[in-house]
Design a protein around this ligand. Structure first.
Ligand code: NAD
Length: 451
């Protein structure tokens, strides 16, 4: 029958059919994908080797903090569309498997593939005679999906790629802090696959998400993810380098970038100066791409500078404080521990560097974060954790603001009342510098020099 839309589906019912999906890994990416897909009507099994995480999931307690996640998880559980498991048995009946395990950095900057390898091996051992699509959602360097995931599945199951099973790479672009929103309203979906059957299934899977879908090869999809994150990281380092000049020239970086961003070729996002980029993605992904470039004999000059600027920037706030006072024996309050607001993720957070340096200089550190204190407590149990921003600032000799949680946006008078004459160093520019001055607050922020 002639199909004018070019869609592989003959009718709407077929297009909208629900699937059996197994999601491997219940971290930031896995749990968001699992809950998002379950609430689109698919039957989802979350699989994780971490028994505690799975027990939490089954009780309706998200293993990570993300606004709105608890309600959505509970709704998926009560509709019977989602269940957590520590075994891989659900794979035998799955239409689709999404691999969402971690790919952390090794010492040399390359990625540790042990979780991806282990997940692929477990998937392979549990495949049945059914054609199942195995899609990688973890960020992996070009070649990994075909060589490591495809290769492992082929060698263990004896199946042929594209015939016995489908292989794909569907990179994840969620932003922690707005992850559910990003799942439900993505800006684009990149689908890397090399055969028609796999393409058709993934087209069906994403049919209810209204955004441009870009079908490409597997290696290209892998590279799109790296190139996107590296470009965003480069924008941040660029803004930070210009900010360092602005500080010396008495120019406000925000005004500069407002003007720069009006050019549609440049765009106005991610041109924000601060304490550098952190989190589980940008630093790791830029390092992995640099490693891959070096292996290929391509010198990553630009990416190297992006990381160098970032390293300097992450230490800048503590440097500003050190130029004001010797912190030995002083109490320094830290507002915000997560690498950014809206998440409990402290991986590569600039707060880690701040705490490390403050402790090394003999300061007493007291910290507050609305969501990330438990995670930071595992790394720095020796610092004090406050129950509120006010308790954190009380009697402090200085304060540093690292992540811009909504609750930190307060009138400058409130900071003046809490801090008295103690200085306030702000990496996120949550206060208006003129208002802060008017309130009598000793206020210093990144990217704004005194005129
Ligand atoms: P994470 O560390 O939060 O979660 C990974 C999960 O996988 C953990 O719960 C771990 O227990 C589980 N796991 C490990 N081995 C397993 C196995 N063999 N079987 C089942 N479960 C296993 O990681 P994350 O932040 O969700 O990131 C996952 C991947 O997605 C990474 O490659 C990351 O670069 C990429 N990514 C992350 C983000 C983000 O914002 N966090 C965004 C886009 C892409």
């Amino acid at each position: 029958m002639h199909n004018p839309t070019g869609s592989p589906y003959k009718n709407r019912m077929q297009r909208d059919a629900t699937m059996k999906i197994s999601v491997i890994g219940t971290g930031y990416v896995g749990i968001i994908s699992a809950v998002g897909l379950a609430n689109l009507g698919h039957s989802v099994t979350c699989i994780d080797v971490d028994k505690e995480k799975i027990a939490k999931v089954n009780k309706g307690m998200p293993p990570i903090y993300e606004a709105g996640l608890q309600e959505q998880l509970q709704s998926a559980l009560s509709s019977g569309k989602l269940v957590g498991k520590t075994d891989y048995a659900s794979i035998s009946d799955a239409d689709l498997v999404l691999i969402c395990v971690g790919t952390p950095s090794l010492e040399d900057g390359s990625m540790d593939m042990k979780f991806v390898r282990a997940a692929a091996a477990q998937v392979a051992k549990n495949l049945s005679g059914k054609f199942t699509v195995i899609a990688v959602r973890s960020t992996v360097v070009p070649g990994t999906t075909e060589q490591i995931v495809g290769g492992t599945i082929k060698s263990i199951s004896g199946k042929i790629t594209g015939e016995g099973f489908g292989l794909a790479m569907v990179p994840e672009f969620l932003k922690e802090g707005s992850a559910l929103e990003d799942f439900n309203s993505p800006q684009r979906i990149i689908i890397g696959c090399n055969d028609e059957k796999t393409r058709a299934l993934l087209e069906q899977l994403h049919s209810r998400l209204n955004c441009p879908k870009f079908f490409t090869g597997i290696k290209t999809a892998e590279m799109i993810k790296y190139a996107s994150n590296s470009f965003l990281a480069a924008k941040i380092s660029f803004a930070n380098e210009i900010a360092s000049m602005c500080e010396k020239m008495g120019i406000d970086i925000d005004d500069v970038m407002d003007g720069v961003g009006m050019d549609s070729r440049i765009g106005n996002k991610f041109l924000v100066a601060g304490c550098g980029f952190g989190g589980s993605c940008f630093p790791k992904d830029v390092k992995a791409l640099m490693y891959a470039a070096n292996v290929l004999g391509v010198r990553p000059i630009l990416l190297n500078s992006v990381m160098e600027v970032n390293k300097k920037q992450q230490a800048k706030l503590v440097g500003m404080l050190a130029s004001h006072m010797d912190v030995q024996g002083k109490t320094v309050a830290l507002l915000g521990l997560a690498f950014k607001e809206g998440t409990d993720d402290v991986r590569e957070s600039p707060a880690l560097i701040a705490i490390e340096r403050l402790l090394a200089a003999g300061a007493k550190v007291r910290a507050y974060d609305p969501a990330a204190m438990q995670n930071m407590g595992k790394i720095f149990p020796q610092i004090q954790y406050a129950q509120s921003w006010a308790e954190c600032l009380k009697g402090a000799d200085a304060a540093l603001l690292i992540s811009a949680w909504k609750e930190f946006y307060k009138p400058a008078q409130e900071y003046k009342k809490a801090l008295g004459n103690a200085p306030f160093f702000d990496a996120r520019r949550i206060l208006d510098a003129h208002q802060a001055k008017k309130a009598g607050l000793q206020y210093y922020c990144i990217g704004r020099g005194e005129k």
